[in-house]
Design a protein around this ligand. Structure first.
Ligand code: NAD
Ligand code: 89V
Length: 369
């Protein structure tokens, strides 16, 4: 792992791999951050690659990531492809001695994720998972308030994402996977629960599919027992038609020894103690390139990428590192296992990695029961 800090004047040279639906948020955010330039793009799809190059004024274009890493002097790669390609691309970058950011879901299995973390550790390169939800302005504000002791020690929480937004038109692949909401969206909500209440000792979950035209589950309810002793509920749904569609807002409730905290609709943060009630709006920063309803997510992309450049400069492991993300991926695996076997599951990363690499569980079975 790098340990020396790098001069403030250095401009980091990045190469982005995967010019699809979400990558434009990465590219807009990189443009906004001092001390970094995306100098090269890679996509296996030539048409998409050329169009993205034209739009963002980048002319070093590759259809092969190995060729980009061979021909360009890069400080990092930003992997914005879908999950199947993550392990080979991370290992390719590590082999070239180049630091890596990789989109979520980091890996299809925990065993793959462990191998990717080991590859970057052995190569001495920093690795960050683009686990951006906890980087939303509102979620950071909640984390700060809890850390500062605004309501005393939390003993109970709920992190909730309920929507009927059509995610499939922008991301058609989400309709076809055997796994859907826990792997794609629940992963963020579980990560927020970890961010707020710490690592998890055990969990119990149910999942189901309401929308008959998709393959995976679109509803999940997960009860988490945290190592701190706190209990939290993570609930996610893409089958909830509400009078006010809040996509992509995450709502949060926390009860602590001295008071309560609520993050309600439209980023309204309320903190109540014996001393009174504080109300604040913790909305995302307004960005020229933001587009409704994605503003909070786009703001979080800017925040996480700023964090990456600061950590790259200081040579320090990022908060949402590959190593950190193993705990979040373990929550995803434990959720599917708990739903399938209808039991409480202990959060033992190595045991869960062993099961998933052996393809020991079938998500479809859990959904269809
Ligand atoms: P997409 O399918 O629209 O784009 C992926 C692109 O990667 C495609 O253009 C494809 O040709 C290219 N690609 C795939 N493998 C490649 C390889 N080996 N070499 C070069 N190019 C390759 O996908 P998307 O919707 O942009 O999602 C990308 C990732 O971002 C996914 O992992 C998804 O979960 C994640 N995502 C995250 C958020 C978030 O808020 N964090 C939101 C949406 C998507
Ligand atoms: O964040 C994501 O990964 C997206 C979305 C918010 C639409 O679920 O897939």
């Amino acid at each position: 792992m790098m340990t020396t800090s790098i001069a403030q004047e250095k401009v980091f040279r990045g190469g982005l791999i995967g010019c699809g639906f979400f990558s434009r948020n990465h590219l807009h955010a990189w443009h906004e951050i001092d001390g970094v330039q995306i100098v090269a793009l890679c996509d296996a799809n030539r048409e998409r690659l050329d169009a993205t190059g034209r739009e963002f004024g980048i002319d070093l274009l590759y259809t092969d990531a190995a060729a980009m890493l061979r021909d360009e002097q890069l400080d990092f790669v930003d992997i914005a492809t879908t999950v199947a390609s993550h392990r080979p691309l991370v290992e390719l970058a590590a082999g070239a001695g180049v630091a890596v950011i990789c989109q979520k879901p980091f890996a299809p299995t925990l065993a793959d994720a462990q191998a990717m973390v080991a590859a970057c550790r052995d190569a001495g390169v920093l690795l960050m998972v683009h686990e951006n939800f906890r980087w939303q302005t509102a979620i950071q504000a909640v984390g700060r308030a809890l850390r500062e002791g605004a309501i005393g020690t939390p003993f109970w929480g709920r992190v909730s994402f309920r929507s009927a937004f059509d995610v499939f038109s922008g991301q058609p692949y989400l309709a076809h996977g055997e796994r859907f909401i826990v792997e794609d969206l629940g992963i963020h909500i579980l990560d927020i629960a970890r961010f707020l209440f710490g690592n998890v000792a055990h969990l119990s979950a149910t999942i189901s599919r309401v929308n008959p035209s998709i393959a995976g589950e679109d509803v999940a309810t997960i009860l988490l027992g945290h190592e701190s002793g706190a209990t939290s509920v993570v609930d996610c749904s893409y089958a909830s038609r509400l009078p006010n569609e809040l996509f992509p807002q995450t709502l949060i409730e926390v009860d602590g020894a001295n008071g309560t905290l609520r993050l309600g609709a439209d980023y309204r943060l309320t903190i109540h103690t014996r001393d009174g009630t504080l109300n604040e709006t913790v909305a995302p920063e307004s960005l020229k390139w933001a587009s409704a309803p994605w503003e909070a997510i786009q703001g979080s992309v800017l925040n996480i990428q700023r964090h990456w450049i600061a950590r790259l400069r200081d040579g320090i492991e990022p908060a949402t590192s590959g190593r950190d993300n193993l705990h979040t991926l373990a929550l995803v695996e434990a959720t599917y296992l708990s739903a399938l076997e209808k039991r409480t599951v202990a959060l033992d990363i190595d045991a869960l990695a062993g099961r998933t690499s052996a393809q020991a569980m079938s998500t479809a079975d859990a959904v269809n029961e």
